[in-house]
Design a protein around this ligand. Structure first.
Ligand code: COA
Length: 446
């Protein structure tokens, strides 16, 4: 092998910057558990990257304990030319990248989860931006994690950053404003509603969220994110508001709790109508439990308007009058990057059987190639075609394919706008197979 044939060392492009892995660590100091210096500087750098306040000692410890609990790994970049100034010296990372592992349900059935890489805390100090730091760290991370997880995921601060790495949005949330006057919920009432303490929700939410996860295509589950959405305790500046939150649960026909929700009333002192209720989470082990909690919310006295960041595909179907819901905003939520296509296609919730060939293009060349898809009795298998002999089937890039798998756009629609190329027959065959009972839904953002 000549020197020019040698594979480039992972971070050679960033030289002389130094790239390190950080495992979050707590140490005992004066009788208290505190993050070690590397963990502290990592957290401080992330907060600087997102223009958040310098963390207090208590906040640093809270965030560090969460990193430990999630089993997070940090990739941090140092610039040794910055010297040893305590504020901006080389001990302070110029870039950060966090990853940990969750479960992704690819089939809307229990036991069909695959490990999912979850990325967050991506920052590059403005003094070091646009030198390829993110690109280099991301490429190396995806190459490495592809060996253990078939999908990587993230949520984005800006929509233009991650498409270049083959990520695409798979779930969305909509900011709902519901007018309660005249809002009627369809179907027959089932079960009962009971008011409970936030502590009770803390106790039951893991089971309800797990049940939601097991019935939901595309749901991500990570145990450390189960409670935060209900109580708000993870969110910046909401700690003091905790007491204002209230909680209710839904009991099924057997008196078992099968749904829970938290909400807050905007108050009416010095507030003129409309009186507003904010629903934070409304999660059912079954969609019918979700429906019954909405039936209860819209019928509440002293509530003219309900606001809610909706992630459930069912909520709209509950309302008799579609105009009871006004959408005030819509944005992408979780994005996926496919890393192992046979592992993904082996789980998908296919609704029809058949065969189709497809060729996937990948800017990072992690999953590029020609594949044969066969679906029998709703179970898929995808195998690589080593020598396609000119028969490529539909040609589609990995991000467009991801959007199709998310169930919000069809292969035919992608072909109509030339994001999928193939004969009419090839497009029809693949389009017929890549249709699912429900689009991807996801509760947690990270
Ligand atoms: C987003 C961020 C991490 C990018 O880091 P970076 O090291 O400057 O990125 P790179 O130099 O590797 O840029 C790679 C490419 O992405 C583009 N890019 C990077 N950030 C972008 C952005 N916010 N919007 C649009 N394009 C962006 C670059 O222009 C570059 O394009 P090119 O290859 O065509 O030249 C950095 O700007 C940052 O820390 N922003 C604030 C925090 C943040 O938004 N983090 C993301 C959280 S999801």
């Amino acid at each position: 092998m000549t020197a020019s044939d040698q594979p480039e060392a992972p971070y050679a492009r960033l030289s002389p910057l130094r790239v390190e892995t950080v495992r979050p660590t707590m140490v005992s100091e004066e009788g208290a558990e505190r993050p070690d210096p590397e963990t502290r500087n990592w957290i401080r750098a992330v907060r600087q990257g997102f223009h958040e306040a310098e963390p207090t000692e208590a906040k640093l410890s809270f965030l560090a304990r969460r990193l430990v609990a999630k089993g997070s790994e940090g990739t941090v970049v140092h610039d040794d030319s910055l010297g040893d100034d305590p504020d901006f010296g080389s001990r302070f990372p110029v870039a950060t990248f966090e990853s940990f592992t969750g479960e992704l349900n690819l089939a809307a059935r229990p036991g069909a989860s695959v490990p999912c890489d979850m990325i967050t805390g991506v920052t590059v100090n403005p003094t070091h931006r646009r030198r390829g730091i993110l690109s280099t760290v991301m490429r190396e991370h995806l190459r490495r994690v592809a060996e253990t997880a078939p999908v990587s995921s993230l949520t984005v601060s800006e929509g233009a950053i991650y498409g270049r790495f083959g990520f695409a949005p798979t779930s969305f949330w909509e900011s709902f404003e519901i007018t309660t006057a005249g809002a009627r919920i369809r179907g027959e009432r089932t079960g009962e509603i009971r008011y409970v303490s936030i502590d009770r929700v803390r106790e039951v939410a893991p089971r309800i969220v797990r049940a939601f996860h097991e019935r939901t295509y595309g749901s991500l589950f990570q145990k450390d994110y189960v409670i935060g959405g209900f109580t708000g305790e993870d969110h910046e500046g909401l700690e003091g508001e905790m007491g204002k939150r209230r909680a209710l649960v839904h009991l099924d026909e057997n008196g078992e709790i099968d749904g829970c929700a938290t909400y807050r009333h905007g108050g009416w002192e010095n507030v003129s109508r409309p009186y507003t209720l904010e629903v934070f989470e409304c999660v059912g082990a079954t969609p019918l439990a979700e429906r019954e909690m909405w039936r209860h919310f819209v019928a509440m006295d002293l509530v003219d308007r309900i606001t809610h960041d909706n992630r459930s595909v069912y909520t709209r179907t509950f309302f008799e009058n579609p105009r009871s819901i006004q959408v005030r905003g819509r944005t992408d939520f979780v994005w996926w990057r496919l890393l192992d296509l046979p592992a993904v296609f082996g789980q998908l919730p296919f609704v029809s059987d058949g065969e189709a060939r497809l060729t996937v293009e990948d800017p990072l060349d992690l999953v590029s190639g020609t594949y044969e898809l066969r679906v029998r009795d709703g179970r898929g298998s995808l195998s690589r075609v080593e020598d396609p002999a000119g028969e490529q089937g539909c040609v589609i890039d990995v991000a467009s394919l991801t959007q199709v798998l998310a169930g919000r756009v069809s292969v035919q629609e992608m072909a109509d706008v030339e994001l999928c190329r193939g004969s009419a027959e090839e497009v029809r065959a693949l389009c017929g197979l890549l249709r699912f009972a429900s689009p991807v839904q996801c509760l947690i953002g990270f």
